[in-house]
Design a protein around this ligand. Structure first.
Ligand code: 5GP
Length: 109
């Protein structure tokens, strides 16, 4: 079954899309935990980092590159936190790998 993020990528369900390229889509998180809370999502549906194949690690670079681009283009996002929850115990709830891009507030914890 398709993940909720694949449905967003395929425009089957709506989302606020902030950026997109061949490999990645960036959307606003529906339940933001910071003033700026974006999700950087590889278009390839991979469950979690544990499931990456050798051919998938370029996506990690694509995520970092997109994070840099967002920090330069989204007002207030010059400094940011990038977080990946990989596995249920780590807090992952959507099993389509993604990075949380959090910014716009002091994050001390
Ligand atoms: P996880 O806990 O898997 O690391 O993060 C999943 C994130 O996806 C959560 O922060 C949650 O708010 C967000 N999310 C879940 N469903 C949707 C949705 O349908 N649309 C958007 N924009 N975000 C979603």
């Amino acid at each position: 079954m398709k993940s909720i993020f694949s449905k967003i990528i395929d425009r089957e369900i709506p989302a606020e899309i902030v950026a997109e390229n061949e490999q990645i889509i960036v959307i606003k998180d529906i339940n933001p935990k910071a003033p700026i809370h974006l999700l950087i999502i590889p278009k390839k549906e991979i469950r979690d980092i544990q499931s990456f194949g050798p051919e998938d690690f370029g996506l990690a670079a694509a995520i970092f590159q997109m994070a840099q681009e967002l920090s330069r283009t989204v007002p207030g996002a010059e400094e940011f936190r990038l977080q990946v929850n990989s596995g249920h115990k780590a807090g992952q709830r959507v099993f389509h790998v993604h990075a949380h891009f959090l910014a716009g507030a002091e994050m001390c914890d």
